[in-house]
Design a protein. Structure first.
Length: 359
């Protein structure tokens, strides 16, 4: 038993709940600041009064005043009480405005809005012990999820991983083939195709609306002649002899992860590879009991594992992985599927771990 938790008083727990509510509302305020142009005007501006910020953005001064006070309470702005000014520190601006922070929050806000609107339906399914498939969400959720993927898996990260796959890059550069499993809107799929202009690429996803969106994205990118998207499942892949099979944050969403990797092993060429990208996590639950781990366990409970549970379970006996699987479990899953070589790639990926699987 965690003694520190056992000895907490009711008042301390209520205080934590207040912090939770403040943080939840704070996410909406951060996104609101993006849409109102407040963060952009604060970046590099030095100390400003709410009236000055209101004049630059057109937002009513009382609203700006309260927004600034909330951001100061949250630690994003500094407050100078003697003159009533607020300042966005350079370090905070580097993370929010010049870094991925605001894009990440804006993407998640769309997903939260969607999940909030459909919470009663989800709760009924959850209580009833059933899954909740990706298709039961709405377009706002799907677009938010894709926007978050763009933050977590930028093209340069994907390219860095691809370039470390031994002889695979040379084969793809000469016109090899790739199949991306669980392609969704096709953002990572297209990143692979653009990294290897001679490669033939196919993306597979069970969700028809996502496949339709991905096809349009391929056409808009001018690569529809060599990139196609098909409706299909991870345990019934079309074709074989692929130079590369990829799973970009998708294996943990599947009801039969071992079965999916069995299919990947059958589909990849003898000298090819499987690229497995999963959320970064420690192997032991107790080592994931952190703010980051809590966020990913929440994502797993609300999104990923319900999708996996909604799918037909495999006959091999492997349960859904969960979003915080960890490297050891991923290695065990690969071994159960018949892979004999697993290598963690040294890629700068703050939110993901990247594994190369070989038959």
């Amino acid at each position: 038993m965690n003694t520190a938790i056992a000895e907490r008083t009711p008042d301390a727990v209520v205080g934590q709940l207040v912090d939770e509510l403040a943080g939840s509302l704070g996410v909406l305020l951060v996104a609101l600041g993006t849409r109102a142009g407040l963060w952009k005007e604060l970046a590099g501006a030095g100390p400003v009064t709410p009236a000055e910020l209101a004049g630059r953005t057109g937002v009513a001064e009382p609203l700006v005043r309260e927004w600034c006070r909330a951001q100061a309470a949250g630690g994003y702005l500094t407050y100078q009480p003697e003159v009533g000014t607020f300042t966005l520190p350079d370090g905070v601006a580097g993370a929010l405005v010049h870094g991925p922070g605001l894009a990440m929050v804006d993407a998640c806000t769309d997903m939260f809005r969607s999940m909030g609107a459909g919470f009663d339906e989800f709760a009924a399914v959850f209580v009833g012990g059933r899954g909740f498939g990706w298709h039961r969400h709405d377009a706002l959720f799907w677009h938010g999820s894709d926007a978050l993927t763009r933050v977590a898996l930028p093209p340069e990260l994907i390219g860095a991983a691809l370039d470390q796959l031994g002889s695979v890059p040379a084969t793809l550069a000469a016109g090899g083939s790739v199949i991306d499993v669980g392609a969704g809107y096709g953002t990572p799929t297209l990143a692979v195709a653009l990294h290897f202009p001679a490669a033939r690429v196919v993306g597979i996803d069970y969700h028809e609306a996502s496949v339709a969106h991905a096809r349009k994205a391929a056409a808009d990118a001018g690569v529809a002649d060599r990139v196609r998207f098909e409706v299909g499942t991870a345990t019934d892949l079309p074709g074989s002899g692929y130079t590369l099979v990829t799973f970009f944050d998708s294996l943990h969403d599947l009801g039969d992860p071992v079965g999916a990797l069995v299919q990947a092993r059958a589909a990849v060429a003898p000298d090819g590879a499987v690229l497995l990208v999963e959320p970064l996590a420690a192997d032991r639950v107790e080592d994931n009991l952190t703010p980051s781990g809590r966020m990913f366990y929440a994502v797993s409970t609300l999104i990923c594992t319900p999708n996996a549970v909604s799918q037909t379970a495999g006959t091999i006996g492997q349960a859904p992985l969960g979003t915080q699987a960890g490297e050891a479990l991923l290695r065990e899953t690969a071994a159960a599927a018949g892979f004999t070589r697993v290598r963690r790639l040294p890629v700068a990926a703050p939110l993901n771990l990247v594994l190369e699987l070989r038959p």
